[in-house]
Design a protein around this ligand. Structure first.
Ligand SMILES: Nc1ncnc2c1ncn2[C@@H]1O[C@H](COP(=O)(O)OP(=O)(O)OP(=O)(O)O)[C@@H](O)[C@H]1O
Length: 272
């Protein structure tokens, strides 16, 4: 398939429905306003980057978007459903999955088992089916294994199914985290600094993987410090500074936006 230009992707994504809506969200930690009336949306099939200088509110926003924090005011809707008061497993079932800044794998389980933990979130078989190993349970288990192997193939760690997760290289552990999150069958995959600790070659590979994930039909939210990676892989970018949204647009617009440049360089916009 020929590669799409950003404009083509945008033209396509502009017609797409909003999968996740951040609607006038404010979040206060005591006296500190970590998010201040922030609104934006993630559209189906796009890769959206959320960026901003240290302390801008990205992680807080990510946590609000994935249902970890409840906003002080405003609302987050996923596929039209308000996330507040929803339990985590319900959010996962709706189709929202995330990875963590600090890798959180089950290190003493195998690579395949780690992904199976995710696929089990969608399992329809009950407790007794599992206990008695009914044909229904065996069929479901075989389908889950197949699915888990496909995901490992997608992220590029096929050959190491039976290896303990602890024995994988750091880069492969990060890839496994992505496969595990995808195992839950998400519509939206939220990646929290997936390139942390990567060398430049690994970052290039990660960019390819993120594109592959999007091309496989997933929508992706990416929080990432590495500007080159964000600019190179996202369709649109939202920029936060001091808890406020200061810009939103395609990478080329964000790159040239004076408010964004000022935020990153730490200079007074009027003085620049
Ligand atoms: N649980 C919390 N309690 C109190 N203040 C918090 C809490 N979490 C974050 N903050 C504050 O909220 C503000 C935004 O922090 P946040 O971690 O969301 O920023 P960030 O953009 O992710 O920063 P970084 O790039 O450094 O990770 C900061 O001033 C931070 O100190």
């Amino acid at each position: 398939m020929p590669e799409q230009t950003t404009e083509q992707t945008m033209a396509a994504s502009g017609e797409r429905k909003a999968l996740l809506e951040v609607d006038h969200v404010t979040l206060r930690f005591g006296g500190l306003t970590a998010l201040d009336d922030v609104s934006f949306e993630i559209r189906e099939g796009e890769i959206l980057g959320l960026i901003g200088p240290n302390g801008a509110g990205k992680t807080t926003c990510f946590n609000v978007m994935t249902g970890v924090y409840r906003p002080t005011s405003g609302q987050v809707r996923f596929d039209g459903n308000p996330l507040s008061r929803m339990k985590k497993h319900k959010i996962t079932k709706l189709g929202l999955a995330r990875t963590f800044q600090n890798i959180r794998l089950f290190k003493s389980m195998t690579v395949l088992e780690n992904v199976l933990v995710g696929t089990d979130a969608h399992s329809k078989v009950g407790f007794w089916d599992a206990l008695l190993r009914t044909p229904r349970h065996r069929r479901t288990e075989a389908a889950s294994q197949e699915r888990a192997k496909e995901l490992l193939h997608l992220v590029g760690i096929t050959a190491r199914h039976d290896e303990l997760a602890a024995n994988l290289s750091y880069g492969d552990q990060r890839r496994l985290e992505i496969a595990r999150a995808m195992g839950t069958g998400p519509k939206l995959l939220c990646l929290d600094e997936p390139a942390a600790g990567f060398n430049p070659a690994e970052k290039v590979k990660l960019m390819e993987l993120i594109r592959k994930v999007r091309d496989a039909g997933y929508t992706v939210l990416l929080i990432e410090h590495d500007m080159r990676l964000v600019m190179g892989v996202t369709d649109r970018i939202v920029v936060l500074e001091f808890g406020r949204k200061i810009a939103e647009g395609v990478p080329a617009e964000i790159r040239d936006n004076p408010a964004v440049i000022a935020a990153y360089l730490g200079v007074d916009e009027d003085a620049s």
